[in-house]
Design a protein around this ligand. Structure first.
Ligand SMILES: Cc1ncc(COP(=O)(O)O)c(C=O)c1O
Length: 403
């Protein structure tokens, strides 16, 4: 049996939606992107969502919108994908990495310790689709002692008057925190529609605007769209549709817009995400939990509770009392049985680019412990009939490696 790790969800509706974009005579940013923005806004219960060509682009654009630049610091978890840190580096600022908790998410006490007058933003990451502790994080950045440290240097920083909370929700579309969806818990929330994500546009991202009321959300949305299209006053569709050929470039923007042909995939998927795709993922997740909980060498991922419901993006299994090299041997054995598994994530200080910047894994013991024992199992709709085979492969691999 061959079980891929994370194939995209492509059904007849996705094909029809893409075909309609192809046949419409318009394939770059246009009506499909607007429809996807409307659907994400509906899913998250907010008024304004701006799509772009990746979560990486969205995170970088939003930090730039907040004026993050050389000399500034942005607090991020050491346990995440490299993009969370690289966007900070690209703006000339310094990523300040903090350790995570046993649940994989950023450690709030560590954040508190690392805040300085240079801190402009914090990027919590909902690892595997499991929400961070947003109530505590929001209370921290709004507390008088932390606000007193904040040194506003741009107009928007003065308006907000505190550290920006920018949620990297690349994994957590559809997850709930205290009954409300991701998108409503940070100043901005960024979803990823990369090919392996719960909802995909092949490549793509969405920026959800949820700033306090002093900001006009429609204005922020317009700015984000303008800056993600070179700062150009009329997009190509507007020019084609009779708005006249002449445009202006009013800001040195970026080329980060999402094409309609990509948005079409996401539109078809999002229409059935809550009712079909998400429950189908949960079914696989629950199957794993039910079978795996009988083994005392298994550490299950955090399970849904009253205040946190996952989006089941990853099934992050951990093996108790195993070394990194024995875990790697287990992965080899599982792969040899035709089951594709993965590791999420290598903590950033283990990666060459960050080592060369001076980061060292020694400051992040929990991140290393989580990583060294972790195996991400495949999880996607339709896999529930194969979960027994997957579990059998894991149990056999464990017995082979551990005698
Ligand atoms: C935690 C996290 N943040 C950011 C990203 C970047 O997403 P994108 O590929 O859409 O830029 C990813 C992608 O895998 C991710 O896992």
């Amino acid at each position: 049996m061959k079980i891929p790790f994370s194939p995209p969800y492509i059904d007849e509706d996705v094909k029809q939606e893409v075909l309609s974009a192809l046949e419409s005579g318009w394939i770059t940013s246009g009506p499909k992107v607007l429809e996807l923005e409307r659907l994400v806004a509906e899913q998250t219960g907010v008024s304004h969502v701006a799509c772009c060509n990746s979560a990486t682009s969205g995170l970088m654009l939003l930090l730039h919108w907040y004026g993050v630049t050389k000399g500034d610091e942005v607090i991020i978890p050491a346990y995440t994908y490299a993009a969370t840190a690289l966007v900070v580096v690209h703006l000339g600022a310094r990523p300040v990495m903090v350790d995570c908790n046993e649940d994989f998410n950023i450690d709030l006490e560590e954040i508190r310790k690392k805040i300085t007058p240079k801190t402009k933003a914090v990027i919590p990451v909902d690892i595997a689709g499991w929400p961070c502790d947003y109530n505590q994080l929001n209370a921290l950045v709004k507390s008088p002692e932390i606000k007193a440290k904040f040194n506003a240097t741009t107009e928007v920083q003065k308006m907000l008057g505190r550290i920006l909370v920018l949620s990297d929700a690349a994994h957590s579309l559809g997850a709930l925190y205290n009954g409300l969806p991701m998108g409503q818990w940070a100043d901005f929330t960024v979803f990823s529609f990369h090919a392996v994500k719960n909802v995909t546009t092949a490549e793509g991202g969405a920026m959800v605007v949820n700033l306090p009321e002093v900001f006009n959300h429609a204005d922020v949305y317009r700015t984000l769209k303008l800056w993600s299209l070179n700062g150009q006053t009329k997009d190509a569709l507007a020019k084609t549709n009779g708005a006249g050929w002449k445009y202006d470039i009013v800001y040195p923007g970026f080329k980060m817009n999402m094409p309609d042909i990509c948005a079409a995939i996401g539109v078809a998927q999002l229409k059935k995400y809550k009712e079909q795709i998400l429950p189908a993922r949960k079914k696989v997740f629950d199957n794993y939990v039910e079978r795996l909980r009988e083994y005392n060498w298994v550490q299950l991922p955090p399970l849904d509770s009253v205040n946190k419901i996952s989006s089941y993006h990853l099934f992050a299994l951990r093996i108790n009392a195993i070394s990194e090299s024995a875990r790697d041997k287990m992965i080899e054995s599982i792969s040899a049985k035709g089951v594709s598994v993965n590791v999420h994530f290598q903590p950033l200080p283990l990666l060459t680019v960050f080592k060369n910047m001076g980061y060292s894994i020694h400051g992040y013991p929990q991140a290393y412990d989580n990583y060294s024992r972790e195996i991400s199992l495949p999880i996607y709709p339709g896999l529930d009939s194969k979960t027994d085979y997957i579990i059998d492969s894991i149990v056999e691999a464990y017995n082979e490696v551990n005698g």
